[in-house]
Write a protein that binds this ligand. Structure first.
Ligand code: AMP
Length: 464
């Protein structure tokens, strides 16, 4: 008996301590945010730097890009996958790589209330690989083809075409080593831009496998060491941390040094070489516009063999304005604890694609306009008009209303702004007579129509 009592006492004490810890943590958070809140309370909250509101006027571009990409995804057999925006930070450290810019400088990482370190996803391939393992997708027919569409977050220096929240559409084919899949990723990406009316140029390279890269890295570091004094500070650090990234530094002096650097294609093992040759043969077969770019490395740890980027045709030199990119990642799933599973993918930045659409003044479909506006005069008519609006909606008409406004002039102004073909006017007189006024907005002619015949009449006039 005393034993049980002592146990209960101990449990109670532990609970008390846990509660106290929780309370202290809460107080700590409160104390931390209090000065920020006090400062922020004095002004209207602002949009965060590098973040954007996508206003209704912009939506036509988004609809256009989403529709075309979804359509292509479907044609090529990619099924939609939606993944969480928050993931364990470890996922990105183990996949994208500890020494990469993304993980080192650009992640939005924080501790959640349970003390777990989590991050807003900077990209989605790692999440796709995690999902592939978590859901046992290796048991599905391979390759598993999925596509995603959604926001990514990188604490990047904001500038045109570079945001801290941006959207990507991405395609992944997991579970097959065949080089035809690499080529297909390039083809799918090209076809999306073709559908959107944007001319692109593919930059392509092979960065081999860890085996052939080992010897190459030694050669690369030797070459760069001989030029060390001329390198930028970042590149000096890259020499020991991430030598492949030396090749895609955007500093002018480093770009000049990269010109004469040893090229990885000369160090590829037979398997990687054959794979790359086949990818290029497939692209040649379809006459895809590509450039062999020995300096393209893509920088993330998980890439193997083929890497590529999609550049807008006219400003090939501006690599930071790449519209998309991708490559093979044969070791990623194993790096995350799954069985060895080759895979390949591509992703396209939607904001940059939309910027390009605007630069090229490509016409995008306008949102569908309503054909009819229902106007009302007086309280009783307003009540009747509400029901009438629902009736027309169910009949499939594209209609608008301005119920919050009174007075015919105000409502006709709205009708004109919306560009409707007809305004239906319901007033006291019409209500008592069981009729409705049909106003042709172009000529301004008004006709009285029997309430029961109006649906038929509208269908006739609108050709429905
Ligand atoms: P990445 O895998 O980093 O090459 O990203 C693929 C594509 O996403 C890029 O080609 C861009 O179109 C887009 N992207 C990457 N980072 C950003 C950013 N910070 N802001 C806007 N778009 C981005």
């Amino acid at each position: 008996m005393p034993k049980i009592k002592a146990k209960k006492k101990k449990k109670k004490a532990a609970k008390k301590i846990a509660l106290k810890v929780k309370k202290t943590a809460k107080e700590k958070i409160r104390a931390e945010i209090k000065p920020h809140l006090a400062k922020a309370a004095k002004r209207t909250p602002q949009l965060l730097r590098g973040f954007k509101d996508i206003l209704p006027t912009e939506q036509k571009y988004w609809d256009f890009v989403r529709k075309k990409t979804k359509n292509i995804a479907q044609i090529y057999g990619f099924e939609r996958i939606d993944l969480p925006i928050l993931e364990e930070t470890a996922l990105f450290i183990r996949s994208v790589g500890k020494e990469t810019d993304i993980v080192e400088k650009e992640m939005f990482s924080f501790e959640d209330r349970g003390g777990e370190n989590i991050s807003l996803r900077p990209e989605a391939t790692a999440s796709v690989a995690r999902a592939y393992i978590n859901h046992g997708m290796l048991n599905l027919p391979q390759p598993v083809r999925v596509f995603y569409l959604g926001p990514m977050f990188r604490y990047d220096r904001p500038q045109s075409g570079r945001y801290r929240q941006f959207n990507q559409v991405g395609f992944e084919a997991l579970g097959d080593i065949n080089p035809v899949l690499d080529a297909q990723m390039v083809i799918v990406s090209c076809n999306i831009f073709k559908e959107l009316g944007i001319d692109v140029n593919i930059q392509i390279n092979s960065i081999g496998c860890p085996n052939c890269r080992k010897e190459y890295k030694v050669q690369l570091v030797n070459y760069y060491k001989s030029q060390k004094s001329d390198l930028c500070e970042d590149c000096k650090a890259r020499l020991s941390k991430n030598p492949l990234r030396l090749l895609d530094c955007k500093e002018e002096k480093c770009m000049a040094i990269a010109e004469d650097a040893p090229q990885i294609v000369d160090w590829l093992c037979d398997e990687c070489k054959n794979h790359f040759v086949k990818v290029l043969e497939f692209l040649d077969e379809l006459e895809i516009n590509y450039n062999l770019n020995p300096r393209l490395v893509r920088g993330l740890d998980y890439y193997t063999k083929t890497v590529f980027e999609i550049w807008p045709e006219s400003n090939e030199k501006k690599a930071q304005n790449a519209l998309g990119g991708g490559g093979r990642y044969d070791n990623l799933i194993e790096m995350l604890g799954g069985r060895p599973t080759p895979a390949v993918g591509a992703s396209i930045g939607i904001e940059r694609t939309i910027l390009r659409i605007k630069e090229l003044e490509i016409a995008v479909p306008e949102p569908e306009k309503p054909d009819i506006l229902v106007a009302q005069l007086g309280e009783a008519a307003k009540r009747k008009a509400l029901g009438f609006y629902e009736e027309l909606r169910k009949e499939g008409f594209n209609i608008a209303e301005s119920f919050a406004k009174d007075g015919l002039k105000n409502q006709l102004d709205v009708a004109n702004k919306l560009g409707v073909k007809y305004t239906l006017i319901l007033g006291q007189k019409e209500l008592s007579e069981g009729t409705i006024l049909l106003r042709d907005m172009e000529g301004g002619i008004q006709e009285t129509i029997n309430y029961n015949k109006i649906v038929k009449e509208l269908k006739k006039r609108l050709g429905q």
